[in-house]
Design a protein around this ligand. Structure first.
Ligand SMILES: Cc1cc2nc3c(=O)[nH]c(=O)nc-3n(C[C@H](O)[C@H](O)[C@H](O)COP(=O)(O)OP(=O)(O)OC[C@H]3O[C@@H](n4cnc5c(N)ncnc54)[C@H](O)[C@@H]3O)c2cc1C
Length: 426
């Protein structure tokens, strides 16, 4: 076993939640070690739609400018049910500092977060390193993690361990915190195709026919990210029908991309399947440990909320944890901070999950009458600017609205200079 590494905080998982948290902590002079199992950030088909509130947070973190050329603004959204537009929204109608959702692939986002962190003295990212066990004193708090890295096993000892290791979180499993995994009735298949000339590059399109729906999201560079539903566990059946089954589905939902799909999606390995479930974790923390991002609350792909809540968790937790390290009895102060974190975040997560589940139910309606009810509901919402504004305000702009009345809610952090003293990892 190699020598132990020490830090005030150990973060398991270098996804959007873990890296944003580590950056924000290091900026507040808290020493932090991130252990990340993969060697590179070249993941594809992961959360790429960033909600306006997260765009705003990334701007305040100084990250947005570093990735601007890899982003695309989504300026409009339209839902077309059986060929008729039933709801459309123009995000320029929302008077917010950052009104537009954005497409931003994860590789540039994670690279920018890691690069910004690496400039700070208290930040350390250990790649190719898997957390394999929690360290804990008998009956006492979690005191870090045991890891396996390229040079063998070692321990990271920390006053606070953060599980940011995603939807299949091993930290959550090892912590013993109870949770409930709720599978949805349908799974999702993703792929990317060139954007057809007849589509502008800034409209998020949702197409529905009976209980089949597709998401068509323009992304960089000149592509469309496409997702469509399949029955739960139904990929094997669909694969057996050959790739022509996917082509036929696109012919039905979006003939504009039929040709592009035939040219660029020639086998099922050109696609990625997302097993859709949500996870409800009643308690996000226990002494010495807290869960954030997908580990605490896995969401569905509807309206790009996973990355949004991961980044918001990071921003809120960093503030509370840094304050707790400034108090006398650190374990007790951290316990209060992690509980407060859940109190501050849980309402927004629950609202997003509720909206996603209602949307999924609407998408899954089958038959003439249920289909008519669905399109009537969309049309009603569309005809009332008050309802539309309320739905998007709840989903896309709660932080920006709250910050307008309380500018200190998520205050930007001054970047510490080289002379700042931090508790450095060994
Ligand atoms: C196909 C697909 C499409 C999606 N589309 C969207 C979208 O458009 N918009 C959106 O907002 N969300 C989307 N999501 C969800 C989004 O990707 C997640 O919500 C988001 O990435 C959560 O961030 P996170 O940091 O909590 O977890 P993750 O991004 O999952 O990061 C967890 C990290 O932990 C690491 N890790 C895991 N176990 C260990 C271990 N034991 N030791 C060390 N490291 C470990 C992993 O390698 C990973 O880097 C999508 C997800 C998928 C799979």
């Amino acid at each position: 076993m190699t020598a132990a590494v020490e830090a005030q905080v150990c973060v398991v998982g270098g996804g959007p939640a873990g890296l944003a948290l580590a950056l924000e902590l290091a900026r507040r002079s808290v020493s932090v070690v991130v252990v990340e199992q993969s060697s590179r950030f070249d993941r594809s088909f992961r959360g790429e739609s960033i909600s306006p509130d997260s765009v705003w947070l990334l701007q305040r973190m100084g990250i947005l400018d570093k990735v601007r050329d890899q982003t695309l603004e989504t300026r409009r959204m339209e839902i077309v049910d059986r060929g008729r537009t039933v709801l459309s929204a123009n995000f320029s109608d929302y008077d917010q500092p950052c009104p537009y959702p954005m497409e931003l692939p994860q590789p540039p986002l994670l690279t920018a977060l890691a690069d910004a962190g690496s400039e700070l003295p208290g930040f350390r990212l250990m790649r190719k390193t898997v957390a394999t066990a929690l360290l804990r004193e008998a009956g006492g708090p979690v005191t870090g993690v045991r890891c396996k890295g390229p040079d063998g096993e070692f321990e990271v000892r920390a006053t606070l361990t953060v599980g940011a290791d995603g939807r299949f979180s091993k930290t959550r499993e090892m912590s013993g915190l109870p949770y409930e995994k709720v599978p949805l009735e349908r799974d999702f298949v993703w792929f990317k195709v060139p954007r057809p000339a007849v589509w502008d590059g800034h409209t998020y399109r949702i197409r529905i026919i009976d209980n089949r729906h597709g998401l068509f999201i323009p992304t960089v560079p000149d592509l469309v990210r496409v997702g469509f539903n399949i029955p739960k566990g139904g990929l094997r059946d669909m694969r057996q029908q050959g790739i022509s089954a996917l082509h036929a589905r696109m012919d039905e939902l979006a003939p504009e991309i039929s040709q592009g799909v035939r040219e660029s999606v020639t086998q099922w390995s050109d696609t990625s399947m997302l097993d859709i479930f949500t996870t409800v974790v009643p308690r996000w923390s226990r002494p010495g440990l807290v869960l954030i991002g997908d580990a605490a609350h896995t969401l569905t792909p509807v309206l790009g909320q996973g990355v949004n809540h991961a980044i918001t968790d990071a921003a809120v937790l960093a503030r509370l944890v840094a304050d707790a390290f400034g108090e006398g009895d650190e374990p007790a102060a951290l316990g209060r901070a992690t509980q407060r974190f859940q109190q501050e975040r849980e309402g927004a997560v629950t609202r997003a999950r509720g909206l996603q589940l209602r949307q999924e139910k609407a998408f899954a309606l089958s038959g003439r009458i249920p289909g008519l009810l669905r399109s009537t509901a969309y049309r009603l919402a569309n005809s009332s600017s008050r309802i539309k504004r309320k739905v998007f305000a709840n989903l896309y702009y709660p932080l920006q609205e709250a910050a307008a009345s309380d500018p200190l809610l998520i205050a930007p952090v001054p970047v510490p200079g080289p002379s700042t003293t931090v508790h450095s990892p060994t």
